[in-house]
Design a protein around this ligand. Structure first.
Ligand code: SAH
Ligand code: SF4
Length: 373
């Protein structure tokens, strides 16, 4: 029988497992603390657990920690990207961004906005044309534990410089609402106040617009911030970039978004990848302004990170500012996000894509560790 990966279990499941073995809640609480407060990765190091419990855990469970297959830094030193290898050999990306951190980061002083960018799937089934992960296709969902260990990895890195993990975005590889249950299970573990205790309002879940998932988040009153990737403000224009737009047309998507805002009493962040000549025209900005007018919304504009499988180019600063100005005329706040770390192929899925093809590697690797056997 396959051993249980302890990182897959939420607190109730851990309590239930230990109860089955005859141990009370106290022991489960100790184990939880060892996992998520002390960040121990070997049961043998959990010396406050009873020896018989340790033995049973060793015999019947695992703590599956991914190997670091590659690490890559951006030239400004503010984005570090990890390619993590999972137990079955599949690789995923996890990124540490000193997002809007203090200028001159790297001087050893803590950055107040360090953010972990986490993956939820190996590959992605949605097939957005400009996205390196979409170009790879879908391999499999991540388990809750495989999502959790990415945050633990970043936490360990931050702890090494005297910080702790406070901000997370689910904007790595994959579509979180296509892997709804495992994503929610992982977030429950990461936000537990006796564990890592990341504040739910500091977690942003980004979706391509999976309508049933957005409605479920609203109905279940999930306390995370929601970002919806739009990229087009008419069905035809959106469908050209985002294939799932055919399944969930804009009218349906916007209905779900309004429902979310009403139920949750929270604004939504809309992501818009700016592609020169494709979706950055004043006409498109007006269409977006009209679409979102009157809604509690904030637009994040992200100039395209070029990928091998798509020949679009990023919008320049002047056109981005003009786009922003038009949105402002509709009362819509927006931010142009810096394309930080483009030099290390820091877009979604691009590290893995480059790794898959050594010819494209161009010596971008800072360090490649041999994954554990
Ligand atoms: N699947 C989810 C979350 C992961 S992608 C989603 O699509 O929202 C996170 C964000 O990165 C999305 O807004 C996506 O459109 C954007 N993105 C993907 N590839 C990109 C690229 N090459 N350049 C700029 N943004 C990109
Ligand atoms: Fe998947 Fe998001 Fe990439 Fe689209 S942008 S292919 S939904 S990861």
């Amino acid at each position: 029988m396959k051993p249980i990966n302890l990182y897959d279990l939420d607190k109730e499941a851990l309590i239930a497992l230990l109860a089955e073995w005859g141990y009370g809640r106290f022991h489960a609480a100790l184990l939880w603390e060892n996992l998520y407060r002390r960040h121990l990765t070997a049961v043998t190091d959990m010396t406050d657990l009873r020896p018989d419990l340790r033995q049973r855990l060793q015999a019947q469970t695992t703590l599956s920690v991914p190997a670091i297959a590659a690490v890559n830094d951006s030239s400004d030193g503010r984005t570090r990207k990890y390619l993590l290898q999972l137990a079955d050999g599949q690789t995923i990306e996890t990124v540490l961004m000193d997002f809007e951190g203090r200028e001159g980061a790297g001087d050893g002083r803590p950055s107040p906005r360090a953010t972990a960018c986490i993956s939820t799937q190996v590959g992605c089934a949605m097939g957005c044309v400009f996205c390196a992960t979409g170009q790879m296709g879908f391999t499999r969902h991540l388990t809750p534990g495989e999502i959790v260990v990415q945050a633990l990895h970043v936490q360990r890195v931050l702890a090494g410089r005297g910080e702790s993990l406070r901000n997370m975005v689910l904007m790595g590889m994959g579509e979180p609402l296509h892997n709804y249950d495992h994503t929610m299970a992982a977030l429950a573990i990461l936000t537990d106040h006796k564990g890592l205790a990341v504040a739910p309002k500091h977690i942003t879940l980004s979706t391509v617009g999976v309508v049933p998932g957005i409605r479920r988040l609203a109905d279940e009153q999930r306390p995370y911030r929601l970002a919806v990737s739009l990229h087009g403000a008419t069905d035809a224009e959106r469908q050209a970039l985002v294939p799932p737009a055919k399944r969930w047309p804009l009218a349906e998507l916007m209905d779900a978004c309004r429902y979310y805002v009403t139920q949750r009493k929270r604004r939504i962040f809309f992501e818009w990848t700016l592609i020169a000549g494709q979706n950055d025209t004043p006409q498109q900005a007006h269409a977006l302004g009209q679409l979102l007018h009157g809604m509690a919304a904030h637009v994040n504009l992200i100039p395209l990170n070029p990928t091998v499988g798509y020949d679009g180019t990023p919008t320049g600063a002047t056109a981005a500012r003009r786009f922003q100005q038009i949105l402002a005329d509709y009362g819509l706040p927006s931010t142009v996000r810096q394309r930080r770390g483009i030099d290390i192929a820091a877009g979604c899925g691009q590290l893995k894509a480059a790794r898959n093809d050594d010819a494209r590697n161009n010596g971008i690797w800072q360090r490649i560790e041999k994954p554990k056997a």
